[in-house]
Write a protein that binds this ligand. Structure first.
Ligand code: NAI
Ligand code: MG
Length: 492
């Protein structure tokens, strides 16, 4: 037997920030209410957090408006905004271990993932947008007649940002980075399941020197705090990540005030493996593409299309890999799979596993709860899945893989596109022509070729169809937070 190097189990950090952040001050909710955030690995409470509602949102929006119109923020040089973002990134780096452990505590994700993905990507994203702050500019435009015409890219104003629980810190960076670089002020509502790292980042933002009112955080629930933010007449834009059904509500509720909206929603992303692929890489990519983050990824490769001739060998190898995943205490650095985020998600996933069995798919491994404490689910692989099954159509958002067979490229392109989602896709092949055909024909915002889940702050990300509106990250992400103004001056 081989021995693995012993790595110490990490100790959960103390929880420092549990209140509402408005104007750089920590406040209780106006109602005095709190809600409990729980540790999904133990089902035990971690902390009581101030529960914001409409009145708290009103105060936060007022603060953000004041900072936008009158505060030092509105007069600050763009380059100095960039310096503040860099300073925030530095402070996150200085508190790296604490933040990684806090993310693991609140979300349940393995500490090795918090350390290798969530925290470093958060820092990288903030630094990337820090660099953009003084590089956002318009054009001079040749128009007819004796006029001088130029455009300015101005901040869109006060933005409401509503984020989910699957990558709590990273979603903060994706939202704050471009908004603050562009000169907006923000009111953020973190997910009710995972408010803690966002609040701690708020504390670090104060330390970094962001002026009062620029960053406000109102923890609370969607239909109360979230909805109040969406309806507020003095909020110029809502940026939302989460379920498409929530986005539909937001679109309706935002209609009276015609807010700018950007959405990053779910997916049922096809991961296509051709017989000529490097199978070692494809097997690893199939596992990572689905099981990473307990399957709680908007771009999870949840429809694994495998070419007929390699089906049996491929499936056997994927199942072996699924079985080799190490479930358990997320604070143990050897753990590769933690619990699902909460009871609601656990129940939803278990009901899809039930549905898959009823619909006649073959459950090759997993399918059960793991242990008797915490929301752990065994890595589950369904074979013999067909396009009409609910498990092939709906976003399960858990460690449940669907394997579908295909015979040729035209068929797999058609079937890959048979979904109202369009977030991501991947193809595994050594044939350049096939790779390009898939990349061009699959209607999705991101296509990975011989890789999966490769993210970079500079590369735009978002969905076709019902997977979203707009693109986050990269230069594209800045467009969500700027208005174009055309200025025309007579030269006579
Ligand atoms: P959700 O869309 O309900 O929640 C996301 C955020 O929206 C949270 O901050 C929530 O408080 C807020 N929210 C909820 N209702 C709102 C409303 N009426 N007005 C304003 N804000 C509102 O997602 P939920 O319930 O946490 O997860 C359900 C399913 O959504 C998951 O099983 C998964 O399929 C999908 N999902 C997709 C994500 C993605 O990254 N694309 C992230 C999280 C969930
Ligand atoms: Mg919900």
């Amino acid at each position: 037997m081989s021995t693995t190097t012993e790595q110490a189990v990490v100790t959960p950090p103390p929880v420092r920030c549990t209140k509402i952040l408005i104007d750089n001050e920590w406040r209780d909710a106006v109602s005095g209410k709190t809600f409990t955030t729980i540790n999904p690995a133990t089902e035990e409470p971690i902390a009581e957090v101030a529960e914001g509602d409409e009145e708290d949102i009103n105060l936060a929006v007022q603060a953000a408006r004041r900072a936008f119109e009158e505060g030092p923020w509105s007069r600050m040089d763009a380059r100095d905004r960039g310096r503040l973002l860099n300073r925030l990134a530095d402070l996150i780096e200085e508190n790296f271990d604490e933040l990684a452990a806090l993310e693991t505590l609140d979300n349940g994700k393995p500490i090795r993932d918090s350390r290798t993905a969530d925290v470093p990507l958060t820092i990288d994203c903030l630094r990337y947008y820090a660099g953009w702050a003084d590089k956002i500019h318009g054009d001079t435009i040749p128009v007819r007649g004796k006029y001088f015409t130029y455009t300015r890219r101005e901040p869109v104003g006060v933005v409401g940002q509503i984020i989910p629980w699957n990558f709590p810190m990273l979603m903060v960076a994706w939202k704050w980075g471009p908004a603050l670089a562009a000169g907006c002020t923000v009111v953020m509502k973190p997910a009710e399941q995972t408010p803690l790292t966002c609040l701690r980042m708020g504390e670090l933002a104060i330390e970094a020197g962001f002026p009062p009112g620029v960053i406000n955080i109102v923890p609370g629930f969607g239909p109360t705090a979230g909805a109040a933010l969406v309806r507020h007449p003095d909020v110029d834009k809502i940026a939302f990540t989460g379920e498409y059904t929530t986005a539909q509500i937001i679109m309706r509720e935002a209609a009276p005030t015609l807010k700018r909206l950007s959405f990053e929603l779910g997916g049922k992303s096809p991961n296509i493996v051709f017989a000529d692929a490097d199978l070692d890489a494809a097997v690893a990519g199939a596992e990572f593409g689905l099981f990473f983050n307990q399957g709680q990824c908007c771009c999870a490769g949840s429809r694994l299309f495998v070419e007929d001739s390699i089906h049996d060998e491929f499936v056997q190898r994927v199942v072996e890999r699924a079985r080799s995943r190490r479930l358990g205490n997320p604070f143990d650095p050897n753990t590769t799979q933690g619990p699902q985020v909460d009871k609601a998600q656990f129940d939803k996933i278990m009901s899809y596993i039930e549905k898959g069995r009823e619909e006649g798919a073959t459950c090759l491994t997993g399918g059960k709860r793991f242990g008797d404490r915490g929301y752990f689910i065994e890595p589950t692989v369904f074979d013999d899945v067909t396009d009409e099954m609910a498990i092939a159509k709906d976003e399960i958002f858990g460690p449940v893989m669907q394997i579908l067979r295909f015979k040729d490229i035209d068929e797999v392109i058609r079937r890959a596109n048979q979904t109202f989602y369009g977030l991501a896709a991947a193809v595994w092949t050594r044939d350049v022509t096939k790779a390009h055909r898939i990349a061009n024909s699959v209607r999705a915002g991101t296509v990975w070729v011989n890789c999966y889940d490769v993210f970079d702050a500079a590369a735009p990300f978002g969905g076709f169809k019902m997977s979203g509106i707009g693109r986050e990250l990269g230069e594209e992400g800045l467009k969500l937070y700027t208005e174009v103004k055309t200025v025309t001056m007579s030269l006579e």
